[in-house]
Ligand binder design. Structure first.
Ligand SMILES: CC(C)(COP(=O)(O)OP(=O)(O)OC[C@H]1O[C@@H](n2cnc3c(N)ncnc32)[C@H](O)[C@@H]1OP(=O)(O)O)[C@@H](O)C(=O)NCCC(=O)NCCS
Length: 291
């Protein structure tokens, strides 16, 4: 029964709002998406190129699903009360590969009925959590380094610079500019007191951590955390992350969640989060439809 649904295409700013609304309404530890990281992903990838297609589905006045198709790969969220929409979504996307959380068992079964089967080769992301009670005291920073929350738009250039340094890979530069970061800062759920910077002794940015708080669930996500390669293994990501988490706890967060690569090709992030008390509880899985 799929009557009563309305698909909204190319909704502009209404699309991230719809995605965050659904993620917030459905949040539990067995869901893939938290509204905060969707806010970040929208800022990071929200200038969809021709290979991106986005839509959300409404039932009455409620958002019940969204989908983001990117060149053969589909990310989606679907209200479990409306699993019958799966057929429409996969027909709309036509993508061969869908990523879901392993705990989303109803969705996995439903996608299985449409020919999607789990394929465990390659990179994957693991989800880690920790309670915010009992966060350890901050370890001292190495000599000359300082830690502070961003001051506002005046720090956008520094913030973008450390993001580029941390996330660029050989042949895959990250292009975030100060103007792009001011866009992040204008996101309704962005809070500067949850955005922390470590500065090197010469005043250049060395590391950063940004947390997003979902007040309704009391869960904060860290997204992203990064350290300039010239300053790694000095405890800077740990210091920035813990500062962001302590700030989130002051604003009412009870738990924190973070995602990191779970495969052995990129072990650093997972190890860094485990070092500050996060523990894995679920992972993303890729479902592939036979051609
Ligand atoms: C992951 C990352 C943020 C870690 O930054 P960092 O400042 O070097 O981390 P820290 O110095 O705070 O590390 C704390 C602990 O984490 C663990 N750790 C960090 N990097 C590690 C690595 N490459 N291998 C194994 N363990 C590692 C260690 O236990 C380390 O303590 P130790 O140095 O005393 O052994 C950094 O490598 C980075 O920016 N990577 C690219 C961006 C990224 O993947 N970000 C995370 C996803 S959003």
């Amino acid at each position: 029964m799929t009557a009563g649904y309305r698909r909204v295409d190319d909704a502009g700013p209404a699309q991230p709002a719809a995605m965050q609304e659904l993620a917030g309404r459905l949040w539990s530890w067995s869901r893939r998406w938290h509204p905060g990281e969707l806010a970040w992903f929208w800022c990071e990838h929200g200038r969809p190129g021709p290979a991106h297609r986005l839509a959300h589905w409404r039932h009455g006045d409620r958002v019940v699903a969204w989908a983001w198709a990117r060149g053969g790969r589909l990310d989606l969220q679907l209200d479990p009360e409306h699993l019958a929409l799966t057929a429409r979504i996969v027909a709309w996307s036509g993508d061969r590969s869908v990523t879901v959380l392993d705990a989303e068992t109803g969705l996995i079964e439903e996608l299985g009925r449409h020919g999607y089967q789990r394929q465990d080769d390659g990179a994957f992301f693991v989800h880690l959590r920790r309670p915010l009670a009992g966060l350890p005291d901050a370890a001292p920073l190495p000599d000359g380094y300082t830690l502070r929350p961003v001051s506002g738009p005046a720090d956008a250039g520094l913030r973008a610079a450390v993001h580029r340094a941390a996330f660029s890979l050989p042949g895959r530069p990250v292009t975030m500019s100060g103007a792009d970061y001011r866009g992040v800062m204008r996101t309704p759920s962005y809070r500067p007191e949850l955005d922390w910077l470590v500065l090197a002794p010469d005043g250049t940015p060395a590391a950063s951590a940004l947390a997003w708080l979902d007040v309704a669930s009391g869960v904060a996500v860290l997204e992203p955390v990064g350290t300039d390669p010239r300053h790694r293994r000095r405890g800077l990501a740990a210091a920035a992350s813990q500062a962001a988490l302590r700030a989130a706890a002051r604003l009412g967060a009870k738990h924190a969640r973070v995602c990191a690569r779970g495969d052995d090709d990129r072990p650093a992030a997972r190890a860094a989060y485990e070092a500050i008390g996060f523990r894995a509880y679920a992972r993303n899985v890729r479902l592939v439809r036979r051609a």
